[in-house]
Design a protein around this ligand. Structure first.
Ligand code: BG6
Length: 539
């Protein structure tokens, strides 16, 4: 098998050209009509329509597929196609191709409807029946995507059930199938999540429901399990015996992007922690599942979520929050959160939080997990950093360096997704035997997806949409996961909402409030500056 060494010194086996790996080995989506409620909304334009176009470009869709955008907007098929084209041209994740677009466009349709009024679903039913009359029965599958704000979820579920458009079925066996994709947020607390869960499961069987968390569709996140299970050197060390702490960061440069109204009712804990970040914790900390089946993977994730110790105990919390004030990022000036459109001038909504979590299992007892996320931070970077313990005994002492930097395995989600591992080497120079102390320094071995597999990426929504079409629910969240996450987060939200102490602020363009440094500092560690080479702990 030929070997390829890239500029980072990483050697990969290349029995075929890397650029051709994905399309040839990816499964094709089963034939279906994709109905997007909120088909002209922000999510559809920014993510869904470009993702479906890219699946078409990669020839991963059946030639009979159709997309029907549904919503209140006054559009028709032609204007919807123009809107979709503009959205695809603007996409940062998907490369536009005018020639291929011409082949894609005739698959797009618009159906006007008031989503909260079941009577208006008649038009949609008529349209679907017309399409399906031209197809053999095995191709009459329906994929309903709820790309709408949560208050409308209930009405859509009721209407899909009442109109007969989406009959309840065991989607693992039934053909043609009906599958329903639900976007986050899955409620705003445990009680509303349970109410939403009940509505969804009154209308559909769990096997039909795909709760999407796009973080889990990111390439590196999927790779967490592979990295562990396919590499003995990692799985063997994946425990409290060798790991000192775990750091998970999701830092964003962006602010509210016109979503002030939504964010005021959400804040960073509901927006990022309850879903994306707890999913990352669960995937990092879970026991190896019995098999890679959706249920086995999700069973293990739920066990982790249930094993996380309460974040608020006796009126104290291991959490820090903050809100961004005015500041500069990369030379651009930004207003503070309270000056953003749609935000109350005295808002106490947190835009940053850092949590110290403990997982009460044999594998992790005593290993802190530090998790942080914020808007308007210095850089856009999301990563999971596994900090290994320092070796207990050094062969060569005294070491002129003040501290020996323990190994750090960094799984970078974005940008430049990949994996790096830092380790210590001897600084070239004097012979070992003759020197009383040797000089060592950390170096980084690094792999990036683009340098090995090319720049043709698989954005998260593309991967997840394809999974729904294939019927693989592994990367989707089950009801019990959603509820376990809310059970952990609810007391924290309650604590933060009642806490009268002043809300810490941080300047836009920084790494969050100073209190976040104290949170990790009390254990003798400090935050990595994500994206930079690893930093040593202070102890
Ligand atoms: C969304 C949040 O779920 O994730 C946004 O609602 C956030 O506030 C976004 O900006 C981050 O996603 P990504 O993929 O850009 O890191």
């Amino acid at each position: 098998m030929p070997l390829l060494m890239n500029e980072n010194g990483i050697t990969t086996r290349t029995s075929f050209p890397p650029a051709s790996i994905a399309p040839q080995s990816m499964m094709h989506g089963e034939p279906c009509t994709i109905v997007i409620f909120g088909g002209a909304g922000d999510l559809s334009r920014r993510k869904l329509l470009p993702a479906i176009f890219d699946l078409f470009k990669k020839k991963l869709l059946d030639e009979s597929f159709r997309v029907v955008g549904v919503g209140i907007e006054k559009l028709d098929d032609a204007t919807y196609r123009t809107m979709a084209r503009e959205a695809a041209e603007k996409s940062e994740e998907v490369k536009f191709d005018a020639e291929l677009w011409a082949g894609f466009e005739p698959h797009l349709y618009w159906q006007g409807a008031n989503l909260t009024d079941v009577k208006t679903y008649d038009g949609l039913e008529k349209r679907l029946t017309e399409f399906e009359a031209q197809l053999p029965e095995r191709k009459r599958n329906r994929l309903f995507y709820l790309a709408v704000p949560p208050p409308i979820f209930h009405d859509i579920c009721h209407s899909l059930k009442a109109s007969g458009l989406a009959p309840r079925q065991d989607a693992k066996k039934a053909r043609p199938w009906v599958r329903v994709v639900v976007e986050k947020p899955f409620g705003r607390d445990l009680a509303s999540a349970q109410a939403l869960g009940k509505t969804v499961l009154d209308a559909f069987d769990e096997s039909q429901v795909y709760r999407i968390d796009h973080y889990v569709g990111k390439e590196t996140v999927q790779n967490v399990l592979v990295l562990r299970s396919a590499n003995a050197i990692f799985e063997a060390l994946w425990s409290k015996q060798f790991i000192s702490h775990v750091e998970i960061s999701a830092a964003e440069k962006v602010g509210l992007e016109g979503r002030g109204g939504y964010y005021e009712t959400s804040g960073v804990i509901r927006d990022m922690f309850q879903n994306h970040l707890l999913q990352l914790v669960a995937l990092t900390a879970m026991e190896p599942p019995q098999t890679a089946s959706a249920d086995h993977v999700r069973d293990e994730k739920v066990k982790v979520l249930k094993a996380i110790k309460p974040i608020v105990v006796d009126g104290h919390t291991t959490a820090v929050r903050g809100q961004y004030a005015a500041g500069e990022i990369d030379g651009g000036k930004y207003v503070g959160y309270r000056e953003e459109p749609g935000v109350k001038p005295d808002s106490r909504t947190p835009t940053f939080a850092a949590l110290r979590l403990e997982i009460d299992t044999d594998r992790w007892r005593g290993v802190p997990f530090y998790v942080r996320s914020g808007k308007r931070m210095a850089r856009r970077v999301s990563e999971i950093a596994i900090h290994f313990k320092a070796p207990q005994k050094l062969m060569y002492e005294p070491c002129p360096n003040e501290v020996l930097e323990p190994n750090v395995l960094v799984m970078r989600l974005q940008p430049n997704d990949g994996v790096s591992l830092s380790f210590e080497v001897k600084v070239p120079g004097a012979a070992l035997a003759l020197t009383p102390g040797i000089e060592v320094t950390p170096v980084d071995m690094s792999f990036s997806y683009s340098s090995v597999f090319g720049t043709d990426t698989y954005p998260a929504y593309e991967t997840l949409l394809l999974d729904v079409m294939i019927g693989d629910a592994t990367l989707f969240t089950r009801t019990d996961e959603v509820e376990a996450a809310w059970k952990l987060i609810d007391p924290l939200l309650d604590f933060m909402e009642k806490d009268p102490s002043p809300l810490p602020t941080y300047p836009a363009g920084s790494w969050g409030p100073t209190a976040a440094n104290a949170l990790i500092g009390q254990d003798g560690f400090r935050w990595r500056t994500p994206g930079d080479p690893p930093v040593a702990p202070t102890k």
